[in-house]
Design a protein around this ligand. Structure first.
Ligand code: SF4
Length: 340
């Protein structure tokens, strides 16, 4: 039995629309233990953000059909009551959103929102909560936090709002922190500070972290394990080292060879993954990646007709591809590795 703090089993998030059923997440399974960070990587529309919203229970009340299991410390978040879910948010799990405005109330000062978030979970005086809030604002890099705490979200610049929201997510030392592209809008210095802060939270409280991003550089900085999503499914899952040094899926090869690197010779052109992410209403048959895959000639099955299963290519490394694992290893060594 796995001792994972978060166990996701066959998670499906489907949205009925007038044009058909959108299978935004379709059969996702993974574990996350305390003190570890899972990086979930993929292009927009791959299902990574929908997954995080499902864990937080934020599809409730929408048209989404959520099925499968999301066990947080043994409690199934798919079936808990709305009330239980609300009490879990904050201390047990918290989320940093892409868009700070969606997470903050425009009518209340930053300080009011932070101190209330503390007092919901802890019996402390208002003054003590305010001091904690000021301290946290300082830790996320907000200058002059004693003054800024009394301002409203609209008085903050975009980057400052992002940091205030990060403070809000971290304020109760959540056991599970989900960060959805948390640093995209920030400059590199602040980005590094925020990643440091998250690492600090993990060291101090043993929190489990899910980092959702399209940026493999961020993953390399912070993740222990990597899960790559494509068309609502996991296509590859492994430890961090394997993800960068022994990647095993043609889509991951594409992501890695299109990643900018400081040590790359300037004249070398980055080759993006050709084509566009698939429409989730109308996923290509067979392997959803087949219209963009340049390695189908090596497959032992018809990639355009048969959906590949997620299978272990070698211990601890799962991948969803019709090319035999040994052949993929060969292609990686001969064709991909020299380009990384
Ligand atoms: Fe490419 Fe076929 Fe493998 Fe899909 S199953 S990644 S199309 S080779």
């Amino acid at each position: 039995m796995s001792n994972a703090f978060l166990k996701v089993r066959d998670l499906r998030v489907h949205f009925p629309t007038d044009d058909g059923l959108v299978k935004a997440v379709d059969g996702l399974t993974f574990d996350l233990v305390k003190g570890k960070t899972l990086g979930i990587v993929g292009e927009s529309g791959s299902g990574k953000s929908v997954t995080s919203l499902a864990i937080m229970g934020l599809h409730r009340g929408s048209r989404a059909r959520v099925s499968g299991e999301i066990l947080l410390d043994g409690q199934d978040l798919v079936t808990v009551s709305d009330e239980e879910l609300r009490s879990l948010r904050g201390r047990k799990m918290a989320m940093i959103f892409q868009d700070p405005l969606s997470a903050m109330h425009p009518y209340y000062t930053i300080g009011t929102q932070l101190t209330e978030a503390i007092q919901v979970h802890e019996k402390v005086t208002k003054a003590a909560a305010r001091n904690t809030a000021i301290d946290m604002l300082g830790r996320v890099g907000i200058p002059n936090p004693q003054r800024r705490i009394d301002q409203y979200p609209h008085e903050f610049s975009g980057g400052m709002r992002q940091r205030a929201m990060i403070a809000m997510a971290l304020i109760n030392n959540p056991e599970l922190l989900i960060a959805d592209e948390p640093t995209t809008a920030l400059d590199v210095t602040v980005q590094a500070q925020i990643l440091d802060l998250m690492r600090g939270l993990q060291d101090e409280f043993g929190s489990a972290i899910i980092m959702i991003t399209h940026d493999l550089g961020v993953v390399a900085e912070i993740a222990d394990d990597v899960l790559v999503m494509y068309g609502g499914k996991c296509v590859e899952q492994s430890g961090l080292d394997d993800a960068f040094h022994r990647p095993d899926h043609p889509y991951t090869w594409g992501l890695l060879t299109s990643m900018p690197r400081l040590d790359r010779v300037k004249s070398e052109r980055l080759i993006p993954v050709a084509g566009n992410p698939p429409s989730l209403i109308n996923l290509p048959p067979g392997c959803a990646f087949h219209p963009r895959c340049t390695f189908q000639e090596f497959a032992y099955q018809d990639c355009a007709a048969v959906v590949p299963e997620l299978a272990e290519s070698y211990p601890g490394h799962l991948s969803r591809c019709h090319i035999a694992a040994a052949k993929r290893g060969e292609i990686f060594t001969e064709q991909i590795a020299p380009r990384l």
